[in-house]
Write a protein that binds this ligand. Structure first.
Ligand SMILES: NC(=O)c1ccc[n+]([C@@H]2O[C@H](COP(=O)([O-])OP(=O)(O)OC[C@H]3O[C@@H](n4cnc5c(N)ncnc54)[C@H](OP(=O)(O)O)[C@@H]3O)[C@@H](O)[C@H]2O)c1
Length: 330
């Protein structure tokens, strides 16, 4: 007998990866998912509804959800039949770039409120139900910057590192409840994400930043970043497909550019078979660029950088390396 469809709640579906995932799951030919595609501003639902086509109102419903608001989360869950979420996809996220002296603490806190506490807020809301039913799957759209810091992305990377630490820790105790955690760590993806960042920096003045740093940011970092997105940016479809989030086909594991087909059909978005899962965490890493030069390799790179991001060394002495920390002389 066919299993009843799983309820999948996805945050941040107005554009990009969230929209693509919502549509692909809702259009699953075997109709295994009831997708609750959420966004903070329902005024933006047009693109999602158009992409969903006939799935709209059948296997896909659109709901309002601001991950930064307790009330919004409670209201959204109250509209889901029985309040039961089988699969939670924490996708909503915002970026922030620039020299930190020129960024306000409020802007930094907004990034953490959305990327980190937004995911935590949703997990806290759905976890009791998942534990009671002893089944669930939590998918977290992190970033390659959750694994490696990148210059001028300190706060964004920190928010993704925080997610990684949180979910790696949580995954361990959830195993006994048959609840699985997947971290997806894409490289650059061609969505509105980059455009929003560029718009942000086009008007920002970064007050208090020294001229050398500002010049390096504007003349070296920004053009290199644009080039990176242009040359190696994945599409949201790539991310959904290669991260094992897609409902059909057998899952592949992408680890920083290397594709190793999984030995068996692991049924994405369904709880992993414990025997197939190596540890509590399933971590498909999506990136279509070469592996990063880790700071531990010799000789250390002059500046920790996103794989593929070609930057000239910054002015001044070489930065502190993880392998051999050197303290600046007073
Ligand atoms: N694009 C990349 O290069 C890249 C790379 C690695 C990881 N990621 C991660 O992938 C995820 C999706 O990003 P994307 O590339 O698809 O970017 P996107 O097109 O900008 O989508 C981000 C989504 O998050 C939503 N959002 C922002 N704040 C929210 C809030 N408080 N409550 C609910 N939704 C909120 C946005 O809604 P609005 O339309 O209302 O702003 C939008 O729907 C993010 O977590 C991002 O960090 C992206």
């Amino acid at each position: 007998m066919a299993e009843p469809p799983r309820t999948v709640l996805i945050s941040g579906c107005s554009t990009g990866i969230g929209l693509e995932l919502a549509v692909q799951l809702a259009q699953d030919p075997r109709q295994r998912f009831q997708v609750v595609a959420t966004m903070r501003d329902l005024g933006k639902k047009g693109m999602l509804e158009a992409a969903a086509g006939e799935a709209l109102g059948q296997t896909l419903t659109v709901a309002q959800l601001d991950v930064c608001s307790d009330e919004s989360v409670a209201q959204c869950l109250s509209c889901i039949q029985g309040g039961e979420v089988d699969v939670l996809v924490n996708n909503a996220g915002v970026g922030l770039v620039g020299p930190i002296e020129g960024l306000s603490l409020a802007a930094m806190q907004k990034v953490f409120d959305t990327n980190f506490f937004g995911a935590v807020r949703l997990v806290k809301a759905v976890l009791p139900g998942m534990k009671k039913r002893r089944q669930g799957h939590i998918v977290v759209v992190s970033s390659v910057m959750g694994l490696q810091g990148v210059v001028f992305n300190e706060v964004y990377a920190a928010s993704k590192f925080a997610l990684e630490g949180f979910f790696e820790s949580l995954a361990v105790q959830l195993l006994q409840f048959n609840i699985f955690v997947s971290l997806v760590e894409p490289g650059p993806v061609a969505t509105e994400f980059e455009g929003k960042l560029m718009e942000q920096v086009s008007t920002a003045e970064f007050p208090g930043t020294d001229p050398d740093t500002l010049r390096y940011f504007r003349d070296s970092y920004l053009p290199a970043s644009r080039e990176l997105f242009r040359n190696v940016g994945q599409s949201p479809q790539d991310v959904v497909q290669s991260s094992g989030l897609r409902p059909t086909g057998h899952r592949q594991r992408h680890r920083l550019g290397q594709t190793t087909p999984a030995p068996t059909d692991q049924r994405p978005l369904l709880p992993a078979d414990r025997a197939q899962s190596r540890g509590p965490l399933r971590r498909p890493v999506c990136a279509n660029h070469p592996p990063p030069a880790l700071p531990l390799a010799a000789p250390p790179p002059p500046w920790p950088s996103m794989p593929g991001l070609r930057l000239p060394p910054p002015p001044g002495p070489a930065p502190v390396s993880r392998a051999s920390p050197t303290l600046p002389h007073p």
